[in-house]
Ligand binder design. Structure first.
Ligand SMILES: [Zn+2]
Length: 105
């Protein structure tokens, strides 16, 4: 089942925390509000041919680093065929599916 990506925004410095934390990792403030994000920009990616033991994907698969606003980076699995060549800098969508973070183009 698809779920939105929940994170916390610091009301002092506006940085986002993912996963959510009790305080801002940037400035230490506890003045936070919850919000969801569903898009970002593909910052980088790599194609992995040998999955770790117990990983639900049989490989090869793509792991990307997605930049959401204010410089926050998160890693996510690519929801597409592993032979795609995602373009760095392109807009991507984010979602949780079965508690795994995915990005798609
Ligand atoms: Zn902060």
């Amino acid at each position: 089942m698809d779920k939105p990506v929940a994170c916390l925004e610091c009301l002092q410095c506006r940085r986002l925390s993912l996963p959510p934390a009790a305080f801002c990792r940037n400035c230490g403030s506890e003045d936070l509000r919850q919000l969801t994000v569903d898009q970002g920009i593909l910052y980088s990616y790599t194609r992995i041919h040998v999955p770790p033991e117990g990983w639900p994907t049989t490989g090869p698969y793509i792991v990307g680093v997605v930049q959401i606003r204010q410089g926050t980076l998160m890693s996510a699995l690519y929801e597409g065929v592993p032979w795609d060549r995602p373009v760095m800098g392109s807009d991507v969508r984010l979602k949780y599916k079965d508690d795994i973070l995915y990005f798609s183009i």
